[in-house]
Design a protein around this ligand. Structure first.
Ligand SMILES: Cc1cc2nc3c(=O)[nH]c(=O)nc-3n(C[C@H](O)[C@H](O)[C@H](O)COP(=O)(O)OP(=O)(O)OC[C@H]3O[C@@H](n4cnc5c(N)ncnc54)[C@H](O)[C@@H]3O)c2cc1C
Length: 378
């Protein structure tokens, strides 16, 4: 089932992405790749994706990209999520490049975006071992060193960093003002960053990154000195919509596999899909899938016309990420022992879905944001 109400161009684009995925990484190839453990990012596959030009989606043509909107990016991410291509670095890159497109200086854009469109990976490092949901309390410190800067600190769950060429690093540049006011983002090459991969449950490529006396200059600051919080907040709205798109792709995949299974598996002399309990469960999931997809498209459309859409972005992320979990857990239950078996991919869908209510802000934080937008903030 493809997203509804697509333009002919969008429909052709989605079909082309599907063809790419099934050609370059069909399900059996993905199984071979992951036979000895999870592969979250496959550089060779990423090169092939970059060669199609789609890595440059959303990046204006003058910076080497192919233009396009967040809606186009959502369509791409949904289909990559559906086919579960091991391209987690793409996810980190899309989210980071969106912040750069909006807030980087002309020189920064020219420095980085053409390489990104050609296949360089970007990371964004906000979360720290002691600072997660309360991101504005981050402690990684950038201090003046003459006219320049020296940066020290440690980040955790920096996705894509094992393959990244640059990181967008959130730092504290002023410790004497309210916590939201003293933050700045630095665009840094990965050469001077220590990277330690983390062992995680699902198909995610994430790391600890350490910064020890890393030099930087004013020309590396993205969005202005002490303006980092504004950039992050705006960027997180795009990120939440994009997580929503990925979650819809995964939920659809779990649903399609479940539907196929209940039509062919027989018990008590009939396909198990004839039992009303299973029918109602799948009818509810199909309904939620339609709603989640419409939410992604609606929020992407708002972001495309410059609306910040904080409530819509959080609602989309909340609903779609919880749907990915519900659809994959339902698949596991409706497939019985086969759903739990390593012989089928449903167990991988469950593992991948579990993180979706955590990264990009947990479900609890999304509810806090939505409540705040309803005028209920403390
Ligand atoms: C696979 C993966 C990839 C990630 N990628 C990146 C990345 O690329 N860059 C990056 O910077 N970060 C990344 N993150 C970090 C992610 O955004 C954080 O994990 C997330 O924001 C939660 O922070 P935390 O893990 O510290 O949990 P905590 O903030 O410690 O929260 C723990 C629990 O307390 C709850 N909680 C906390 N505060 C409140 C509150 N005010 N109200 C109600 N409940 C609350 C949370 O909802 C959660 O259930 C990634 C995480 C994962 C797992």
């Amino acid at each position: 089932m493809l997203p509804g109400r697509l333009t002919p161009e969008q429909g052709a684009f989605v079909r082309a992405v599907d063809a790419f995925c099934t050609r370059e990484c069909p399900a059996h190839r993905l199984r071979e790749l992951t036979a000895n453990g999870t592969i979250a990012h496959h550089p060779g596959l990423y090169e092939k994706l970059a060669a199609t030009g789609w890595v440059g989606l959303g990046i204006p043509e003058e910076y080497g990209g192919c233009g396009g909107t967040l809606t186009d990016i959502a369509l791409l991410v949904e289909r990559l999520g559906y086919h579960r291509l091991p391209l987690d670095g793409h996810f980190a890159t899309v989210i980071t490049s969106q912040a750069l497109i909006r807030y980087a200086t002309e020189e920064q854009k020219r420095r980085v975006l053409p390489a990104v469109a050609a296949g360089a990976v970007l990371s964004i490092a906000i979360t720290e071992p002691d600072v997660g949901s309360d991101a504005a309390s981050l402690r990684t410190r950038a201090r003046r060193n003459g006219a320049d800067w020296l940066i020290n600190g440690e980040k955790i769950y920096t996705s894509g960093a094992t393959h990244a060429r640059w990181v967008l690093l959130a730092t504290r540049t002023d410790a004497d003002v309210a916590k939201h006011r003293g933050l700045s983002l630095f665009l840094l090459p990965m050469d001077s960053v220590e990277v330690t991969p983390l062992d995680m449950l699902g198909q995610v490529d994430t790391t600890i990154t350490r910064y020890l006396d890393v030099p930087a200059t004013d020309t590396d600051i993205v969005g202005g000195l002490n303006q980092g919080w504004n950039v992050l907040v705006r960027g997180l709205n795009s990120e939440r919509m994009i997580v929503g798109a990925k979650a819809v792709g995964l939920a659809q995949r779990a649903f399609d596999d479940t539907l196929g299974y209940v039509k062919t598996r027989h018990q008590f002399g009939q396909p198990i899909g004839r039992f009303q309990a299973l029918q109602h469960g799948l009818a509810e999931t199909a309904t939620r899938l339609l709603a989640a997809r419409l939410m992604v498209m609606h929020t992407a459309g708002l972001l495309d016309v410059g609306e910040p859409a904080p409530a819509e972005a959080s609602m989309t992320k909340l609903f779609a990420s919880e749907l990915a979990q519900q659809a994959s857990l339902q698949g596991m239950q409706f497939m019985g022992g086969m759903g739990y078996s390593m012989e089928h991919d449903m167990q991988a869908y469950v593992r991948d879905a579990l993180v979706m209510t955590i990264f990009g802000g947990t479900s609890q934080i999304q509810k806090n944001i939505i409540a705040g937008q309803l005028g209920l903030g403390g």
